[in-house]
Design a protein around this ligand. Sequence first.
Ligand SMILES: [Ca+2]
Length: 202
Amino acid sequence: MRPFLYLVLGTLVLFCGCEDKSTESPPATDAHLFSFEDGMEQWQARGIDLELGDTLLTWSIRRTQEMAKAGSTAVKFYLENWNDAGKIWIEHPFAVQSNCSYDVNISYAFASADFGMANLWTIITGVVPQRPETRDDLVYQDHTGNGSSTDVGYRWLKKSYTCNVTTAAEDEVYVIVGIWGTWETPRTYYLDSLSILFTKKI
Ligand SMILES: [Ca+2]
């Protein structure tokens, strides 16, 4: 009986090993959605390059009910960009595995009153392995134009960016969303329905 038992046990072990391979896990995903109805949901407002002589530019990032894409509340970005260099954003750390590579899709509704193609600002959106400390740590994307050639007021736009980040020893990354003032004027934008999707690459 003993050889038979070994055969049965060996078959079970082999079967379990094959089972693991045949049911190889799909890429791990992790989704987050923020509508800012009850608070900033752990997103922190930051700014850089805000100096103007001996003073600082006036700016703010706060929740508002002036307009919203989902629910009744959005996040309002306001920057008086008199130094032609201001950058303001919100950031949020997310837990990840160390020594891994992730594709990160960042999608949101973005309301802009910027029309035409002249004097537009620049969108900041990305994922970075450490908390941003300098302008070079930020990730710049396309412009803030709302697609209209005339002044039609605010339009909600659908923005979607997919970035890649590779972690080393760290076990968190930062997602950043904001604006870079690339023309000297005060401007206001709105953000809502922010979705973050992490996909771990195998
Ligand atoms: Ca909302």
